[in-house]
Design a protein around this ligand. Structure first.
Ligand code: FES
Length: 95
């Protein structure tokens, strides 16, 4: 958790799956890492008050649900995140 500054996101790859992993407030999140709109790397975006901002066309995604208000067809999967012994883990099997 200490590795993630508040309101931050970065690209990650877990078992070959590209993710955007970040923190908003005291909550860690993991979402699909590639923007379904036009393929941007969402981990290169930014986070503000629970929303992940795509770095290319600025669509916003709710970090908890993956919902995109600009285009509901651009919904992202969200994955459970847990911290164990200071290590951040993402469970890919969850919704
Ligand atoms: S590539 Fe993400 S909003 Fe267009």
């Amino acid at each position: 958790m200490a590795d993630f500054a508040p309101e931050s996101v970065r690209p990650a790859r877990v078992a070959g799956v590209r993710l955007a992993v970040g923190r908003t407030g005291d909550v860690l999140f993991a979402l699909d890492g590639i923007c379904p709109h036009a393929g941007a790397v969402l981990g290169d975006g930014s986070v503000d008050d629970g929303l992940l901002l795509c770095p290319v066309h600025a669509y916003t995604f709710d970090v908890a649900s993956g919902r995109c208000d600009e285009d509901p067809s651009c919904h992202l999967r969200s994955y459970p995140v847990e911290v164990r012994d200071g290590v951040v883990g993402v469970r890919l099997g969850g919704e």
